[in-house]
Design a protein around this ligand. Structure first.
Ligand code: AMP
Ligand code: TRP
Length: 337
């Protein structure tokens, strides 16, 4: 059985990078691989590796679920659930995997280095162990495929490593070695203010990202003010080299329109950004606005979202329970006779 697992944190607003790098691919996969099982988690236990507002966490969790559904994840085809609703099992497997994870490998995780910054001594154990919890998320369902953006590849590779260590230690091909699925051109959408920085939820300037909840005017304004260079758009894809902002905007256009970068470059060859940007705004609004509207509708009736999350959690637990049971048997724990 092929099983897809992925997740997003309920922190801040989802942005175009989350959509193009991950969510859109999940929807494409769901529609292309009907014979797979699809599990999409809202990883609220990862979110609390940095302090979250107690009064907003549950709402943010519903919002992420609403975004999944609005983007096209079908709760009838896919399991959508909050990680903490199966948190006992995720945390338990995390512990077992932690006993098999080398500190040297965690020290190489670039996300930890970025997030902890210069103050690594003061960073919490949770932030450090974050990739082990992510490995537990994936392996608890014995997933085979993990669709993520480029920045999460290293974490999936660590998961593969830990899965191999486990299999080796217990001399069984127990865990699948999950494949990172990094699809499309927009695997790393960059900031609108600086084409060398990733578009991120935590960047200070809201002008650096397009949020899935931005209205048409805000989107147009952000794109209008997006950083560019003084040259017209190039004639070839190679001409984008050394022009990170132009490359980013072309990539976004290609991903949203379902064209290749070459096709987009051909369409706008030699044109000024002043001509390209309004087209990009129009396209972005066309793609995002219906999603935003659906999200808003879904958030009006939280009972429906709560029902989807509750049923997702039950289904997730039903898959995870026997897998964790087998893990405990392999480790050799005492069991009630
Ligand atoms: P996060 O926002 O860290 O919860 O990430 C959720 C998903 O979005 C992960 O699969 C990330 O790899 C993906 N993602 C986040 N930022 C970007 C970006 N700027 N470009 C492409 N994918 C991204
Ligand atoms: N670490 C991922 C991110 O920040 C989110 C995540 C947690 C995840 N557990 C996962 C992604 C399991 C894929 C599979 O984007």
């Amino acid at each position: 059985m092929k099983r897809i697992f992925s997740g997003m944190q309920p922190t801040h607003q989802l942005h175009l990078g989350n959509y193009l790098g991950a969510l859109k691919n999940w929807v494409d996969l769901q529609n292309k691989t009907a014979n797979f099982e699809h599990i999409y988690c809202v990883v609220d236990m990862h979110a609390i590796t940095v302090p979250q507002d107690t009064t907003l966490l549950a709402k943010a969790t519903r919002e992420i679920a609403a975004a999944y559904i609005a983007a096209g994840i079908d709760p009838k085809k896919a399991i959508i659930f909050p990680q903490s609703a199966v948190g006992d099992l995720h945390a338990e497997l995390m512990w077992y995997l932690a006993t098999m994870t080398q500190i040297g490998k965690l020290n190489r995780m670039t996300q930890f280095k970025d997030k902890a910054g210069k103050n690594a001594e003061k960073a919490g154990l949770g932030l450090y162990a974050y990739p082990v919890l992510m490995a537990a998320d994936i392996l608890l369902y014995n997933a085979t495929h993990v669709p993520v953006g480029e920045d999460q590849k290293q974490h999936v590779e660590l998961t593969r490593d830990v899965a191999s260590t486990f299999n080796h230690r217990f001399d069984r091909e127990f865990f699948n070695i999950p494949e990172p699925v990094i699809m499309g051109d927009a695997t790393r959408v960059m900031s609108l203010r600086d084409g060398t920085q990733k578009m991120s939820k935590s960047a200070e300037s809201d002008m650096s990202r397009i949020n899935l909840t931005d209205d048409a005017d805000t989107i147009a304004d952000k794109i209008k003010r997006a950083k560019t260079d003084p040259n017209p758009l190039p004639e070839t894809v190679e001409g984008l080299e050394g022009r990170p902002e132009a490359a980013n905007l072309i990539t976004i256009y290609a991903a949203l329109s379902g064209q290749t970068k070459a096709q987009v470059v051909a369409e706008f060859a030699g044109k000024q950004f002043s001509e390209f940007k309004p087209k990009l705004s129009e396209l972005t609004v066309t793609k995002i606005a219906p999603m935003t509207a659906t999200m808003r509708d879904l958030m009006k009736d939280t009972a429906e979202i709560d029902r989807i999350l509750a049923s997702g959690a039950d289904r997730a637990r039903a898959i995870a329970t026997p897998i964790l049971g087998e893990v405990k048997d392999l480790i050799g724990f005492w069991k009630k006779p």
